[in-house]
Design a protein around this ligand. Structure first.
Ligand code: TGC
Ligand code: FAD
Length: 389
C-alpha cells in the first residue's frame, strides 16, 4: 500500500522491532483511510469526528500499554509513542483524544483504581465504546494545580463534589471524567464522575482557533453525589495526577514529531514542484536552509524520543527527562510548521494543505500538559536543585 514514507535520515527504523513497525503501519493506514480525508472539514467546522472512535480502539490507540488482561493492547512504550506520532501526523486533536483516553483516563484507573473499577471501565474505554476526560485545570489554577478549589465532603455513604474545571479535552461528550479534587484535609484525590450524575454538566468551549477538531469543555460540579466506590483509592496527593501527566507528556513528545514530519514532507514536495524565477524554489539556498534545518531538528527529536522510550520501557525515565523531550519536540514542531507555512507561500494559509492547521494546533500543544515555561522550570529545578516556579 502507498502509505506515508516518514523521513528517517539516520536509519532509525533499524532500532525498531517488527512489532513497532507493524503497529506504526496499522496506524499509518488508519490515518490515510480515516483521518486525512475528513480532518480538514472537521477542523473548519470545529467538530470532533466521533466516527473515528471505534477505529482508534481497533488499532490499539486506547490503552496501548495497558496489559491485555485489562482490555489494553499490551504494547511497549515505543509502540505507544509511534501511535501518537502517526495520529498527530493526521491531527493533534485526534492524538489528544488518544492521549487523554490512554494516559489520563485508563492509566489512572489501572494504576490507582480498584478491581471493580478496572473491570467496569477499562474494557469499554479500550474499544472506544466509552470515552473519558481528565479534569485537573481550573479557571484560577492552570500551571499551579496544587491550589485547586474543587473539593468533596464525606457524607457517610457518598461524597459531595463541588467546583469546576476548564479547558478539558473531550469533556463535552465524555461518558466519564477523572476529576482531581481536595478532601476536607486538603488532600488531592481522583474521583470517577459519570455522565448523568445530578449536578454534573459539561458546557462546550467555543471560538478556538486551535485544536478545532477536538472538543474542549468545562466540568461543572454543583453538589454532585459521588458513590464512595468511585474514589480511586490507591494513590492520593498531587503526585497522582502528575504521574499520569508524565505518561501523556511522553506521548506528546512523540506526537509532535508526527506533526513536524507532515509539515516537512508537505514543504519539501511543494518546494520541488513550485517554480519561480525559472527554477524550483527547492533549488534556492534560502528554501534549502529551511528544509535542511527541519530535517535536522526532526532527526534530533526522533533520537531523543527513541532513547526516552527505551528508558521508559525499563522504568527508568525521570519526569525531568520527559519534560525536556516534551518541551524540545513541541517547540521544534511549531517552528517547523511556521517555516513550512512560508515555503508554501499563499497556499500555506489554505486549508487545501495541512500546514496551517498543524501550526494552530501546536499553539495548544505547547501550552497544555505543562506550558513551555513550566517544562523549562522543571529542568531548571532538576539541574540546580532550586524550584523557581
Ligand atoms: P511539587 O511539590 O513539586 O510536587 C507535588 C508532589 O508531586 C510529586 N511530583 C510528581 N510525581 C509524579 N510525576 C511528576 N511529574 C511529578 N512532579 C512532582 C512530587 O514528588 C510531590 O510528591 P509528594 O509525595 O512529595 O507530595 O508540586 P508543585 O505544586 O511545586 O508543582 C510542580 C509543577 C509546577 C511542576 C506542577 O504543578 C506542574 O507540572 N504543573 C503543570 C500543570 C499541568 O501540566 N497541567 C496539565 C493539565 S492536563 C492537560 O493539559 C491535558 S491536555 C491533554 C490533551 O488534550 O492531550
Ligand atoms: P497559566 O498557568 O495562567 O499561565 C499563563 C502564562 O504564565 C503561561 O505562559 C505560563 O507559562 C506562565 N507561567 C505560569 N506560571 C509561571 C511561573 N511560575 N513562572 C513563569 N511563568 C509562569 N487541562 C486539563 O486538566 N485537562 C485537559 O484535558 C486539558 N485540555 C486542554 C486542551 C486545550 C485545547 C487547552 C488549550 C488546554 C487544555 N488544558 C487541559 C489546560 C492546560 O493544561 C492549561 O492551559 C495549562 O496547564 C496552563 O494553564 P493556564 O492556561 O491556566 O495558564
Amino acid at each position: 500500500e502507498d502509505l506515508f514514507q516518514a523521513p528517517d535520515y539516520y536509519n532509525l527504523d533499524e532500532l525498531l522491532t517488527e512489532e513497532h513497525k507493524v503497529v506504526r503501519q496499522a496506524t499509518r493506514a488508519f490515518v490515510k483511510k480515516e483521518i486525512s480525508p475528513i480532518i480538514e472539514e472537521a477542523a473548519q467546522k470545529a467538530e470532533f469526528p466521533k466516527q473515528l472512535l471505534k477505529g482508534l480502539g481497533e488499532i490499539g490507540a486506547f490503552g496501548s500499554f495497558i496489559p491485555e488482561d485489562f482490555g489494553g493492547a499490551g504494547m511497549d512504550q515505543i509502540s505507544y509513542g509511534l501511535i501518537m506520532q502517526e495520529l498527530e501526523r493526521g491531527d493533534s486533536g485526534i492524538r489528544s483524544t488518544a492521549s487523554v483516553q490512554t494516559s489520563l483516563v485508563m492509566d489512572p484507573i489501572f494504576k490507582f483504581g480498584t478491581g471493580e473499577q478496572r473491570e467496569k471501565f477499562l474494557p469499554k474505554l479500550a474499544t472506544g465504546e466509552m470515552i473519558g476526560c481528565f479534569g485537573l485545570t481550573e479557571p484560577d489554577h492552570g500551571s499551579n494545580p496544587a491550589g485547586m478549589r474543587t473539593n468533596f465532603q464525606d457524607k457517610g455513604d457518598h461524597y459531595l463534589l463541588n467546583g469546576s474545571k476548564m479547558w478539558i479535552s473531550n469533556a463535552p461528550f465524555a461518558d466519564i471524567a477523572i476529576v482531581w479534587a481536595k478532601d476536607e484535609n486538603e488532600r488531592i484525590h481522583g474521583l470517577i464522575v459519570e455522565r448523568g450524575m445530578e449536578g454534573f454538566s459539561t458546557p462546550e468551549t467555543h471560538n478556538k482557533w486551535s485544536l478545532r477538531a477536538s472538543a474542549t469543555g468545562e466540568l461543572v460540579f454543583d453538589n454532585v453525589k459521588i458513590p464512595k466506590k468511585n474514589l480511586l483509592p490507591n494513590k492520593s496527593g498531587l503526585g497522582a495526577p502528575l504521574g499520569c501527566l508524565d505518561s501523556a507528556r511522553f506521548g506528546i513528545a512523540w506526537g509532535a514529531i508526527g506533526a513536524a514530519m507532515d509539515c516537512y514532507d508537505t514543504a519539501l514536495k511543494y518546494a520541488k514542484e513550485r517554480v519561480q524565477f525559472n527554477k524550483p524554489i527547492a533549488a534556492k539556498q534560502l528554501q534549502q536552509k529551511k528544509l535542511t534545518e527541519m530535517i535536522t531538528e526532526i532527526t534530533k527529536a526522533q533520537l531523543l524520543s527513541w532513547r526516552l522510550g527505551t528508558l521508559k520501557n525499563e522504568g527508568k525515565a525521570t519526569s525531568a527527562q520527559i519534560s525536556m523531550a516534551k518541551r524540545n519536540n513541541v517547540e521544534m514542531a511549531l517552528k517547523i510548521a511556521r517555516e513550512a507555512r512560508q515555503v508554501l507561500g499563499a497556499n500555506g494559509i489554505s486549508g487545501n494543505y495541512s500546514v496551517m492547521r498543524h501550526m494552530m494546533n501546536l499553539e495548544s500543544v505547547i501550552t497544555y500538559e505543562g506550558t513551555h515555561d513550566i517544562h523549562l522550570l522543571i529542568t531548571g529545578m532538576d539541574i540546580t536543585g532550586h524550584a523557581a516556579f
